[in-house]
Design a protein around this ligand. Structure first.
Ligand code: NAD
Ligand code: MG
Length: 365
């Protein structure tokens, strides 16, 4: 692995991916952002990519002027981001947030580029489309999400799907673990953004607080590993040391453990199957002494089961659940709705959704 493209380079995963690129001396061929051109300019000056793309066209025009003295070509809009995804590179890391990541993933696949995928919404909204096309084009999709990286790693060495009993997806429980529905009525955005173990972008932090994140990851796991809803168990593990597990037919459980540092799964997705030193701290189990696991509170954190219902129904249901969540998550962060309204929005949209079993771009209703 020598060259890469980073989509969403100004975000939490994107900047950590640049830490890895710096450490491993990767050539960074393209960098992209929604609108954060100040940080993108700094990144351009350090990494000297061929292309920088900004989704917001007017910000792209501003950046073009700012970096006119460099050799980097600045593109704008979704087309610009997709063009970055299609550059000739060993890997495209997709760390865009939300469904905005779907088209660039498809563009990378069309160009035959292997993908390190952080953008879980790609698989939640376009799972079948993406995995089918990736298979046809011989493109590898390597998980960056820590749980899916853990499952991917735990599966290595097992002879195949027939030897796997189930996947055990761990969840920290987020900042509101142990609270009742009543406790959550008036929680603030600031409280929701305070994740106990991980430092992440705003959208996924709120998704962790509602546990929609685990619901999205449930769907992501089904597409990545070709399993059914009954093959996945969710377990709360507040210490975030065991990043997920695989139970095999003979009762053996294989887990991947480590400190919560996204640079580990990011690097592994980029260098797979090779392993290298990483900047993460060493895991010291003797400091933990005890690791705990328990069942989720599905009544208080209803988003997990809403996602499970959505993927069980199939068709456009998962995309509808994702869309409702993206909108409601943003409205909550903007102070326009309350925390519990997010799950209600997802549930309401699923109730009024029509079943399209194989949505195509021509379905416009
Ligand atoms: P973030 O908000 O910190 O960064 C998002 C990036 O996407 C930014 O560079 C932003 O400019 C870009 N972006 C936003 N909207 C865009 C649009 N419409 N078009 C093009 N680019 C756009 O988010 P993050 O926390 O880094 O998360 C990124 C993805 O990785 C999400 O799908 C998230 O669920 C997933 N993920 C994140 C973490 C984490 O630790 N942060 C862990 C696992 C998975
Ligand atoms: Mg995760």
């Amino acid at each position: 692995m020598k060259s890469m493209v980073i989509l969403g380079s100004t975000g939490s995963i994107g900047t950590q991916a640049l830490d890895v690129a710096r450490l491993r001396n990767f050539t960074v061929k393209a960098l992209t952002s929604n609108s954060n051109i100040d940080l993108l300019e700094k990144q351009i000056r350090e990494f000297k990519p061929e292309i920088a793309a900004v989704a917001d066209e007017s910000r792209a025009a501003e950046l073009r002027i700012k970096v006119a003295d460099t050799d980097t070509k600045v593109l704008g809009g979704e087309e610009g981001i997709c063009a970055a995804a299609q550059l000739d590179a060993d890997k495209v890391l997709n760390s865009i947030v939300g469904i905005a990541g779907l088209k660039p993933t498809l563009a990378a696949i069309e160009a035959g580029n292997d993908i390190a995928l952080a953008n879980k919404e790609t698989l939640v909204t376009g799972g079948e489309l993406v995995t089918t096309r990736a298979k046809e084009k011989g493109v590898a999709i390597l998980p960056v999400d820590s749980e899916h990286s853990a499952i991917f790693q735990s599966l290595q060495g097992s002879p195949g799907k027939q030897s796997v009993k189930r996947l055990i997806l761990t969840a920290s429980g987020g900042p509101f673990f142990g609270r009742t529905r009543d406790d959550l009525k008036d929680v603030t955005v600031e409280q929701a953004l305070k994740h106990p173990n991980w430092s992440m972008g705003a959208k996924i932090s709120v998704d962790s607080a509602t546990m929609m994140n685990k619901g999205l990851e449930f769907i992501e796991a089904m597409h990545l590993f070709g399993v059914t809803p009954d093959d996945i168990q969710v377990l709360i593990h507040p210490e975030s040391v065991v990043h997920s597990m695989v139970e095999l037919l003979d009762g053996t459980v294989i887990a991947q453990l480590g400190v919560p540092d996204m640079r580990v799964p990011i690097q592994y997705a980029l260098t797979y199957p090779e392993r290298y030193e990483s900047p993460a701290k060493q895991l010291r189990l003797e400091d933990w002494k005890t690791l705990t696991f328990e069942q989720p509170d599905y009544d208080t954190f209803s988003c997990i089961n809403l996602c499970r219902q959505a993927i069980t129904k199939g068709g456009v249901y998962p995309a509808a659940a994702n869309g409702a969540n993206e909108a409601a998550n943003k409205l909550f962060r903007d102070g326009k709705i309350k925390f519990l309204d997010i799950a209600d929005a997802v549930s309401g949209v699923l109730d009024s959704c029509l079943l399209y079993t194989s949505p195509s771009p021509r379905d416009t209703r």
